[in-house]
Design a protein around this ligand. Structure first.
Ligand code: PGA
Length: 252
């Protein structure tokens, strides 16, 4: 049995004040321990404070990005050892916003994933197709390309042992346009098969999250699908009630 995971990606949103009230609300709402794992991924500058605020709760801390390099002269970057130092467990990488807006390539994403794993952190690797790629029937080819760079390397395959995959169709991110549960399930099953072709045991234990306009109102039907093991939540993770409803749906 794969334990579901709900991870909140706050993106570049919030303030110290909003972080405090969000964490307080989530802690209170999750006080009766749910059967899902919950993580929140605030902006870097709030990680330390959120870690302190989370004390006494089971909610894990994650970062939204990291450098693939070790500490050194890399102005503006954050290393894996810094993330460990402030108490992170997870790191999101390969998010479509980083691929599209910051030029992150499949190769860079692979380097980051290997560095994250080597540091003892858990990668949450995002994959997913653009609208035009879906419309031209290329969804599986795109997702395969994003995965194969890791599946076809010894180091990559080793790092995938500790990785959570997040399938996020780019056209569904922040648009209010969610993939139907069946559309999502089809791609999740494809991802699991692709991994199984290299390592059947890994495919069986690997958690594959869905991301893209998940809300309190659609989470339960998405999470009911056989290969959907939770969600990566953007907008709805900034609202306590919505986020708690999603966590509850994953636990049921
Ligand atoms: P969204 O974002 O839930 O706001 O669509 C999801 C994500 O980007 O991870």
């Amino acid at each position: 049995m794969r334990k579901p995971l709900v991870a909140g990606n706050w993106k570049m949103n919030g303030s110290r004040e909003s972080a405090q009230s969000l964490v307080a609300g989530i802690k209170e709402g999750l006080a009766s321990a749910v059967a899902a794992e919950v993580a929140i991924c605030p902006p870097f500058v709030y990680l330390s404070e959120v870690k302190s605020l989370l004390e006494g709760s089971e909610v894990a801390l994650g970062a939204q990005n990291v450098s693939h390099r070790g500490n050194g002269a890399f102005t503006g970057e954050i290393s894996t050892s810094m993330l460990l130092d402030v108490g992170c467990k997870y790191v999101i990488l390969g998010h479509s916003e980083r691929r599209a807006l910051y030029g992150e390539t499949d190769v860079l994403v692979a380097e980051k994933l290997i560095a994250i794993n080597a540091a003892g952190l858990k990668p949450i690797l995002c994959v997913g197709e653009l609208l035009e790629e879906r419309e031209s029937g290329k969804t599986e080819a795109v997702v395969a390309r994003q995965l194969d760079v890791l599946l076809n390397s010894v180091e990559g395959l080793a790092a995938l042992q500790n990785t959570v995959i997040a399938y996020e169709p780019v056209w569904a991110i922040g648009t209010g346009m969610t993939a139907t549960p069946q559309q999502a399930q089809d791609v999740h099953a494809f991802i699991r098969q692709r991994v199984a072709a290299k390592d059947a045991a890994l495919a069986e234990k690997m958690r594959i999250l869905y991301g893209g306009s998940v809300k309190g109102s659609n989470a339960a039907e998405l999470f009911a699908k056989a290969d959907i093991d939770g969600g990566l939540i953007g907008g709805a993770s900034l609202q306590v009630e919505e986020f708690l409803t999603i966590c509850q749906a994953a636990a049921n």
